[in-house]
Ligand binder design. Structure first.
Ligand SMILES: [Zn+2]
Length: 415
């Protein structure tokens, strides 16, 4: 299963209280209100735990990381995590509960936290390199997304409408092999339309919707960039089977050393120093850093590249190509010839630093991890418009998902 986390709907992590305190080994019933339809979602605690024995270790690790699960969230109880579904609308939730026998024959259970699981992000994963800005027959601005499955239409619409607070202007119209619906925001109308020939289109239906469409475009591109964090281990394993391990040796990596002995412990200064080392401009705060950081990985075509319409680089037009190359060339580490390329980050004295500056290390590491998750081993046979990165931390090459997962887990669980 691939999922992403939505809203946290219950959070008792700072104040865990038992919902059950009695003699039954079943530990009473878990109850909470579905955040989508309002229905009561419930299950006996013991059955919840049994059902979730089945889920994969990676899924459990992921939920634990997300909630920062402690071994004993509440006195004498043991923590566990898993999924629960609303039987009414099928919305799925990840739960962090705590339960156990606290005295001879006396059982307790607590609901620690609940978060929405969103599966729709898989759509954004699937549209990698496939979002295009085009004009439709009436010369209106439009985004086109190929390889889109009809079954994902509803999820996709709800994700966009939620994010941009769009209201539906008409009922969904379902035809033969096509679905469409118009949405409105302050008088600006966009249509989200699917048919099996063109895939998904998002159309600016009036003049003032052009800007909204641009915002949707940027948002989709951002989602695409950050989607790597959404790839679960299941899909990672699937990918890694197709990966070419010899490819790594054939790459000429630009080595960037970050010695944490020399890194400042104040966040702003830490970020500035990082920007300096990575040639990432000068920014304030992690969000701004993240933007520039991702641009480091935007690939510039090789010297002998000749611009063509509609090639694998997917430039909007010649002007877009020139602008992108100019912008991306300004940022990121360069080799001795002043060119960008695939990279290896070498962290020295990292663990020592992370012990005393946990939050700063974690913030930085998560940005890095989101960028490399899913591409831990390079594949030379597949075109990519991003540079490849491998990280070595205190002499250990971080070449597997497991290594990252346990490093992040250790940092998060450490107090
Ligand atoms: Zn529901």
């Amino acid at each position: 299963m691939i999922f992403n986390y939505g809203k946290i709907i219950i959070d008792n992590r700072d104040n865990v209280q038992p919902f059950y305190d009695g003699l039954s080994m079943g530990c009473g019933e878990i109850h909470f209100d579905c955040s989508t339809c309002g229905h009561d979602v419930s299950e006996e605690t013991l059955l919840f735990e049994r059902a979730n024995d089945e889920i994969s270790r990676e899924e459990k690790e992921d939920i634990k990381l997300f909630f920062n699960v402690k071994k004993n969230a509440y006195y004498n109880q043991t923590s566990s995590v898993g999924f629960m579904k609303c039987s009414h609308c099928n919305s799925e939730f990840a739960l962090y509960i705590s339960s156990g026998e606290v005295q001879m024959g006396r059982y307790q259970a607590s609901l620690v936290a609940v978060v929405e699981c969103l599966k729709e992000n898989i759509i954004v994963n699937d549209i990698k390199n496939e979002i295009k800005r085009v004009k439709d027959y009436s010369n209106r601005d439009m985004l086109e997304i190929k390889n889109f499955k009809e079954s994902e239409y509803d999820n996709f619409c709800s994700k966009i409408t939620k994010n941009f607070q769009l209201e539906s202007k008409e009922d969904k119209i379902i035809g033969n092999n096509e679905v469409f619906q118009a949405y409105v925001l302050n008088g600006c109308i966009i249509g989200i339309e699917f048919d099996i020939w063109t895939g998904l289109s998002i159309v600016a239906k009036n003049e003032c919707a052009k800007e909204l469409l641009n915002n949707i475009y940027s948002w989709l591109v951002e989602e695409k960039k950050s989607n790597v964090k959404l790839i679960s281990n299941a899909s990672f394993e699937k990918n890694s089977k197709q990966l070419d391990k010899d490819c790594l040796e054939s790459l000429k990596l630009i080595e960037v050393v970050i010695d944490f002995n020399e890194m400042p412990s104040i966040q702003e200064e830490f970020i500035l120093k990082l920007c300096n080392i990575l040639n990432a401009g000068r920014v304030c705060g992690w969000d701004a850093f993240k933007d520039n950081y991702f641009d480091i990985f935007m690939k510039v075509p090789p010297k002998d590249y000749v611009y063509k319409d509609n090639d694998e680089w997917e430039w909007n037009d010649y002007y877009d190509y020139v602008e992108c190359v100019r912008e991306w060339n300004e940022i990121g580490p360069k080799n001795e010839n002043g060119e960008k390329g695939d990279m290896k980050f070498i962290f020295k004295n990292f663990h020592k630093f992370s012990k005393t500056h946990r939050q700063i290390t974690l913030d930085f590491l998560e940005i890095i991890y989101h960028n490399i998750d899913g591409q831990i081993t390079p594949n030379c046979n597949v075109f990519s418009d991003l540079y490849y990165l491998i990280v070595e931390i205190d002499g250990v090459l971080m070449d597997s998902f497991d290594k990252w997962s346990s490093l992040l887990k250790n940092l998060k669980l450490r107090y």
